[in-house]
Design a protein around this ligand. Structure first.
Ligand SMILES: Cc1cc2nc3c(=O)[nH]c(=O)nc-3n(C[C@H](O)[C@H](O)[C@H](O)COP(=O)(O)OP(=O)(O)OC[C@H]3O[C@@H](n4cnc5c(N)ncnc54)[C@H](O)[C@@H]3O)c2cc1C
Length: 324
């Protein structure tokens, strides 16, 4: 087994970030298919317990790089550390989650090592000995197959929700400590206080069932029927942006390009038109049920089941049925 796949593991506040686990799940599948080895790569300071946790997944090894300069994300230091590792180890592929940090880091890294980068992939296909990566274009209207022309390592970022952490296979991988000399890298940035883009504490990214409400609900007082349905289902409540802008629900419940990205088993969209900025946040739900009076509402283009009708009739009827 000569070829290797490396997966970058991002973390924050002592937790491994879900997009990295999704990348690891994809890495597992690719490694298995191609007969490659798989290695999780984690950078930071005092992150031994996270590396141990990764070692319980199906990986050939966990590469642990610890340095005080890696305690917080700094593009210069992270880029130098990763450039060194990738240049020395020459893996076939380097996978990263498509999160803000890596949107910043990936192009810098690709330029530093002069290798190709395919961003925001939603999947891959194996064609002969090669991998072809799939990414969406033109506001997700088109799926494009992309092939690398550069030498390896190829760098790929993976869209959040493109794979599921449920696919992650357990196993055992040895933690291998790797030391790098980062003393020459100058810290040009000073980290200020971190803040959450969405205020509040609701993390919908882990929700299995979501009832989402849009402007079709018309006013805050009408939300009661949505709350009753969510309660009967045991679901979280989410919203489109106009509902949040009107302050009918808090900002941390907004789904979409300026809100959260979710991938639940069920996404029940009530009175949501399906604007692209909303769809990017929920299109990876396993099952999308849309209720809308307008048969031409774009949400029906991605819905698994579409109900053309008045939510004020359908939602209470669904709640009643569920309670029965
Ligand atoms: C930079 C930018 C970022 C944005 N970010 C986001 C984001 O993160 N999330 C987001 O959601 N939006 C976002 N938007 C806004 C987005 O463009 C849409 O305006 C928004 O998603 C529309 O919300 P909606 O579907 O609830 O409302 P509308 O588009 O007004 O749709 C309401 C729907 O309800 C239906 N309806 C009406 N009455 C009923 C009824 N009685 N029963 C059933 N259906 C009914 C209507 O047919 C209609 O389809 C962003 C926009 C911009 C420019």
């Amino acid at each position: 087994m000569s070829e290797k796949i490396y997966v970058l593991i991002d973390h924050g506040e002592g937790e491994i970030r879900t997009p990295s686990l999704e990348s690891l799940a994809l890495g597992q599948r690719m490694a298995e298919e191609a007969g490659f080895s798989l290695h999780a790569l984690i950078l930071g300071n005092e992150i031994g317990p996270l590396a141990e946790r990764l070692g319980k997944q199906k990986v050939d090894s966990v590469l642990l790089v610890e340095d005080q300069k890696l305690a917080n994300y700094d593009p210069d230091v992270y880029c130098r550390a990763l450039s060194e590792i990738l240049t020395e180890d020459q893996p076939y592929l380097f996978l990263m989650g498509h999160i803000y940090q890596n949107i910043d880091l990936a192009p810098k890294l690709a330029a530093a090592i002069n290798r190709g980068l395919v961003t925001d992939c939603i999947g891959y296909r194996k064609e002969g000995d090669d991998f072809v990566f799939v990414r969406q274009m033109f506001r997700n209207k088109l799926n494009a197959d992309v092939q690398f022309r550069s030498e390896h390592p190829w760098i790929v970022t993976l869209q959040t929700g493109a794979t599921s952490v449920d696919d992650l296979k357990e196993g055992s991988g040895q933690v291998v400590e790797r030391s790098l000399d980062l003393s020459a890298v100058e810290l040009r940035r000073k980290q200020l206080e971190a803040f959450e883009a969405t205020q509040g504490k609701v993390d919908l990214s882990q929700a299995e069932l979501i009832v989402a409400v849009g402007r079709g609900i018309k006013k805050a007082e009408n939300l009661k029927i949505i709350e009753e349905l969510a309660e009967a289902l045991g679901a979280e409540i989410a919203a489109s942006r106009p509902v949040v802008d009107s302050e009918w629900l808090t900002r941390d419940r907004q789904i979409g390009s300026s809100g959260q990205t979710v991938s639940p088993r069920l996404y029940l969209a009530c009175g949501i038109s399906g604007a692209i900025q909303h769809i990017v946040g929920m299109k990876n739900a396993q099952c999308i049920v849309a209720i809308n009076t307008d048969p031409n509402a774009p949400i029906f283009n991605i819905a698994t089941y579409g109900i053309v009708g008045d939510l004020f009739e359908i939602v209470p009827a669904l709640t009643k049925k569920l309670k029965e």
